[in-house]
Design a protein around this ligand. Structure first.
Ligand code: NDP
Ligand code: 2IT
Length: 448
């Protein structure tokens, strides 16, 4: 609960200004709540108005995206870029393409990204963008026309040293390719303005795998240090079947875990023999089809229509990797009753505040998104470095750096939790560790 008067005042102000932005308010509440022990010891934060400034984006641009569908009809979507904080580097963060996207979602993601990017140790500020465009069911030509129109507005706001977007839900290599092509054409400039690019034009090896692999590197380190244990032999449930979920599943299996369930927005599959990733990749990455296909193709697996029932499946490790607030208090209770020992967030803010509280109270090792899914953006940072140097590193080099970054993030978050008198509470630890560098940089740069 927010008891510190300064933090409470700032939170009340945000609530008054943006009463309808529920996801943004949720993300702000969680961070401010975590910062209490640190803020109480650092009066310079209030003196410099740091909390008031850190909850207010530097700027948000929103724009109309007009494109033509294959039938010749005019379509209109809304696009956003939220440049949240540039205290420690150029704005950096993904672009989400999903019909649910609105300003609250973009702001919560940009806010979270500021702390996440700080945790990586790389010089990247926080930003996020996207559109309520739904790539599902669209032809490649329609997706291309949308991406070109989106970039025709966005290009004037971004740049390799200003703001570097990347992928997120609904934005993968195909969309980044179309956007990169349009940026290059408009600026007549081949530059590392987007990450997650194709390997033939400046993309980094291991960026595709990075968020999921990084999540598992974090979990492995957390289990080793906090329980003297490892992923080997554990049963794993993963929500989602997109970029993050698929590569989390791949690394979990490589580390000796057994992934028994995955889902998409329509339903889940349970495969007691272990999810066959080649089949899942074919369905999701190649065919862009529904997950129900998996149960039709793999004997012994089952399909269930209610996707939140995935959390009722008994497991040791649960990895929510789909979307925000997909894991609520009831799902948390079901996981706890079934003896879950680790919950690590691959998606951004997938657990509700109530669910997080239940995990912490019941001794579940809980890895919050900002820390646990930072491997994606960290590897984007490595892609930026390679682009600046005009060279490319091997898969092994990038993967080793990614692993080192995730191990560091765990230790920084763990140490910060101990310094705040809440040892092992990685929610507090990650928020405080991410906040320190950004707040110091803001103070040093004066009133901007
Ligand atoms: P993808 O678009 O590749 O996959 C998203 C998956 O989540 C799909 O299986 C999708 O199901 C499901 N999903 C999306 N929205 C919803 C919804 N509203 N309700 C239910 N299920 C949903 O995205 P990513 O894997 O890239 O992203 C997943 C999460 O990870 C997001 O929270 C994202 O912000 C976060 N993240 C991504 C990073 C990256 O590098 N890509 C880095 C760090 C975090 P369906 O296909 O049926 O829609
Ligand atoms: O939420 C995230 O960290 C991402 N979608 C990745 C952002 C990036 O710039 O790679």
């Amino acid at each position: 609960m927010l008891t510190n008067a300064y933090l409470k005042r700032v939170y009340d102000d945000v609530t008054r200004r943006d009463p309808n932005e529920k996801e943004f308010l949720q993300a702000v509440y969680e961070v401010l709540d975590s910062l209490q022990p640190y803020v109480e010891k650092h009066p310079e934060l209030e003196k410099n108005g740091i909390i008031e400034r850190i909850v207010e984006p530097d700027r948000i641009v929103s724009f109309r995206v007009t494109w033509m569908d294959d039938n010749g009809a005019t379509r209109v979507n809304r696009g956003w870029r939220c440049q949240f904080n540039s205290a420690i580097g150029p704005y950096k963060g993904g672009l989400r393409l999903h019909p649910s996207v609105n300003q609250s979602i973009i702001k919560f993601l940009g806010f979270e990204q500021t702390f996440k990017n700080s945790l990586t140790g790389l010089p990247m500020g926080g930003g996020k963008g996207g559109s309520d465009f739904d790539p599902k069911g669209k032809s490649d030509a329609e997706v291309m026309r949308f991406c070109q129109s989106f970039m025709t507005e966005l290009y004037r706001h971004i740049g390799a040293d200003t703001d570097v977007p990347a992928g997120d839900i609904g934005t993968g290599a195909r969309e980044i390719g179309y956007m990169f092509g349009q940026y290059k054409r408009l600026q007549n400039c081949f530059t590392g303005v987007l990450t997650g690019k194709g390997l033939d034009f400046g993309g980094s090896l291991a960026r595709t795998q990075a968020t999921g692999y990084g999540l598992l590197y974090f979990v492995e380190e957390m289990l080793k240090c906090m329980k003297n244990d490892s992923v080997a032999g554990k049963t794993v449930v993963i929500s989602g079947a997109g970029n993050v979920a698929i590569y989390a599943a791949e690394k979990a299996s490589q580390l000796g875990g057994k992934v028994v369930a995955m889902c998409d927005s329509q339903g889940y599959v349970y495969d007691p023999n272990g999810i066959k990733l080649d089949v899942m990749k074919q369905i999701k990455e190649v065919e862009r089809a529904r997950i129900s296909e998996y149960a039709k193709r793999v004997p012994g697996s089952e399909y269930g229509e209610n996707r939140t029932d995935i959390w009722k499946i008994k497991c040791d490790i649960a990895l929510p990797c789909a979307t925000q607030n997909e894991l609520d208090a009831d799902s948390a209770k079901a996981l706890i009753a079934n003896g879950v020992s680790v919950v690590a967030e691959g998606a951004n803010m997938p657990s509700t505040l109530e669910a997080v509280e239940l995990f912490l109270k019941n001794g579940v090792l809980f890895a919050p998104a900002k820390a646990a899914n930072a491997g994606g953006v960290a590897t984007s940072g490595l892609e930026m470095s390679q682009n600046s140097q005009r060279l490319s590193w091997t898969f092994e080099e990038v993967d080793a750096k990614l692993r080192g970054i995730m191990v560091n993030i765990f230790h920084n978050a763990y140490d910060a939790s101990a310094e705040c008198g809440m040892e092992g509470n990685l929610v507090v630890g990650a928020n405080v560790a991410g906040f320190i560098k950004v707040s110091r940089a803001m103070i040093a740069q004066g009133l901007v």
